[in-house]
Ligand binder design. Sequence first.
Ligand SMILES: O=P(O)(O)OC[C@H]1O[C@](O)(COP(=O)(O)O)[C@@H](O)[C@@H]1O
Length: 399
Amino acid sequence: MQSSALFINPTLNFPQKISYFPPTNPHLLQNLPFRPRLASSSSSISTKFQSKMFSSNSGDGFQTLLDYIGKEGEDVGDDLVVLIAHLQYACKRIAAVVASPFNSVLGKQNKTGGGDSSVGGAERDDPKPLDIVSNEIILSSLRNSGKVAVMASEEDDVPVWITDNGPFVVVTDPLDGSRNIDASIPTGTIFGIYNRLVELDHLPIKEKAQLNSLQSGTRLIAAGYVLYSSATIFCVSFGSGTHAFTLDHTTGDFVLTHPSIKVPSRGQIYSVNDARYFDWPEGLRRYIDTVRQGKGKYPKKYSARYICSLVADFHRTLMYGGVAMNPRDHLRLVYEANPLSFLVEQAGGKGSDGKSRILSLQPVKLHQRLPLFLGSLEDMEELESYGDVQQKVNPGYEV
Ligand SMILES: O=P(O)(O)OC[C@H]1O[C@](O)(COP(=O)(O)O)[C@@H](O)[C@@H]1O
């Protein structure tokens, strides 16, 4: 029987240019979190097939994430290649953790402690919840990269200063949607990357860590998410298009599967927790009532889809179009709204708080929350035309 890897069709419409990884620069190689290698001969892909897939100028191969960002691809610069290499490695580890048969134990732990000390043996610390584990995985990879000055995470009260001369600032929600984990519903990591503001280098660490992390979304140099679902997808933009790479479990590579994603200018799907209908403002109710009856500018009845996992709802919206929203002050500007808005804009869509462009908002607090609307250009414009779409009533929902 053929191995599943061989069902990959090398003639699919992927960019043909392939480059070897690692890059030729030996310094770059030293900083990578792994030794790039072809899978061993016991792997399900034959060596012949591998060399075809990876050979330079073969004209029929695949492009991996690291090929794509290297010198013969988009060429994002050596420092950023090293950072992304570490980040994708961290996300592969998180993908393994969320898919592990033992994660239900982790998922049930209370963040403030109180785990069952019998789990994992008396000598070991209590297991940590998955979002904390994911946070630690990302932090350790960013530290090892040597490229990050400061990491601000949704999981930490304050940003962590890593190294003075790291050229980058990383903001992240390490594991969004973790409330769904016991039901194996998709989760995701979100990240944004800024340049370190060298003009702040003279400030005390606490201050410069904070200010570097509060940069406006217009200054992002890259952003992305990783979706942990039936496939593990690394979707990223460096400011010239949005591209998605799918993890090939047989080689451990993220392979370019969705180059230059374009969100359809009009979708037929709205995505919102509509159990909150009676807490919505009048404008939002009218908008949803209108499109679900097919009485909007697009004369088709819309369908509802809501996973309640931001990365998954956003990924579907990028693929199929429509609008994904959370109209109350719930999602975070720095860790969620800015990176996803950057991606949707790079794919030709729009990200807004219902009134203003997300990327033009100046964050004033690290954990600042806001209403978030993301999606197809025409759907977003129609939605915003209703004016009153931000949910001000936020009673606190139990589920
Ligand atoms: O309860 P709501 O308003 O439907 O919010 C659900 C949203 O909250 C999230 O779970 C994120 O919230 P947390 O960061 O508090 O986990 C998203 O994944 C999801 O889109």
